[in-house]
Design a protein. Structure first.
Ligand SMILES: NC(=O)c1ccc[n+]([C@@H]2O[C@H](COP(=O)([O-])OP(=O)(O)OC[C@H]3O[C@@H](n4cnc5c(N)ncnc54)[C@H](O)[C@@H]3O)[C@@H](O)[C@H]2O)c1
Length: 261
């Protein structure tokens, strides 16, 4: 397999390059706006529009600003896209859905297998416990992280919201509020500091018991390996929008992936 790396000079781009080298995956090209002739182990360009090669997949850990040219490259060349970048807005998500009609795309705010399992457990707990339990999602990341709350926290919120039904209301922090918590609320809170790789907690608070599900990432290597696994999964798949859960399902049960278009 060979890949193109978007955001190749960033923290995750470098981690991915390392994981690819260890796994014998060739890096055909890297893309990064910050590139200016520094030494690299593979060819580099500064914009997706300038890529003049093809690969089995393009794996992107960059910034939402690059999305239009990134999608255009994928659609033009038929290259499967693994979108790991977070912080996309609703218009971006619409553009991704539209592009997925013409090229296979896998998007996940978290490439780790453990987070997919946390998602499944959170959905189970939300369904079983119902609205009588207050749900609070807390995430922690290093001081360099740009977006908050994390894309993973929002993904976990969506999972709980869908599993619980009703009309839940996302409440981001509680600064300046002078009102009791309502049953419909799902609290989402971000902590930033130091070098924390990533921690996500989904808490279910009942009248006389609490269930706290926690995932702690100790190394970014795990995420890079997950991204490579996603690239392997996506190469050769039909057009459509896939999620990390599809990779996990195919991996664990050998079942064909559900196309989540
Ligand atoms: N899905 C996951 O599991 C996962 C894990 C970690 C990080 N992320 C996300 O991946 C992204 C990158 O994270 P990071 O920690 O490596 O950040 P980073 O800031 O270290 O790296 C981002 C890189 O992208 C480059 N870049 C910015 N805009 C670009 C553009 N328009 N075109 C090409 N390159 C561009 C930057 O120059 C930089 O080198 C963030 O959105 C982060 O939240 C996702």
């Amino acid at each position: 397999m060979n890949i193109i790396i978007g955001g190749a000079l960033g923290r995750m781009g470098r981690e991915l390059a390392k994981a690819a080298a260890e796994a014998g995956v060739e890096i055909v090209c890297g893309v990064d706006v910050a590139y200016s002739d520094q030494a690299c182990d593979f060819p580099m360009v500064t914009d997706y529009a300038r890529i003049d090669r093809v690969a089995d997949a393009l794996v992107d850990f960059s910034h939402p600003s690059g999305l239009p040219h990134l999608l255009a490259y994928g659609v033009r060349t038929g290259t499967p896209l693994v979108l790991c970048t977070t912080g996309y807005d609703d218009a971006d998500l619409d553009a991704i859905r539209k592009a997925a009609e013409r090229v296979p795309i896998l998007r996940s705010a978290n490439m780790s297998l453990g987070i997919s399992v946390l998602q499944e457990l959170s959905a189970l707990a939300a369904r079983a416990l119902g609205e009588g339990y207050d749900v609070e999602i807390v995430e922690k990341h290093h001081r360099q992280k740009l977006d908050s709350p994390s894309g993973t926290a929002l993904m976990l919120y969506e999972t709980v919201r869908a599993a619980r039904g009703g009309e839940p209301e996302a409440v981001f922090g509680r600064h300046g509020r002078s009102a009791k918590r309502t049953q419909a609320e799902i609290g989402i809170h971000a902590v930033r500091g130091g070098t924390v790789t990533g921690e996500h907690e989904v808490g279910f608070y009942g009248r006389s018991e609490e269930i706290i599900l926690t995932h702690r990432a100790e190394s970014r290597a795990l995420l890079a390996e997950g991204a490579l696994r996603a690239a392997r999964f996506l190469a050769g798949k039909p057009c459509g929008l896939y999620a990390m859960g599809d990779v996990v399902r195919e991996m664990l049960r050998g079942e064909p992936a559900a196309n989540e278009r």
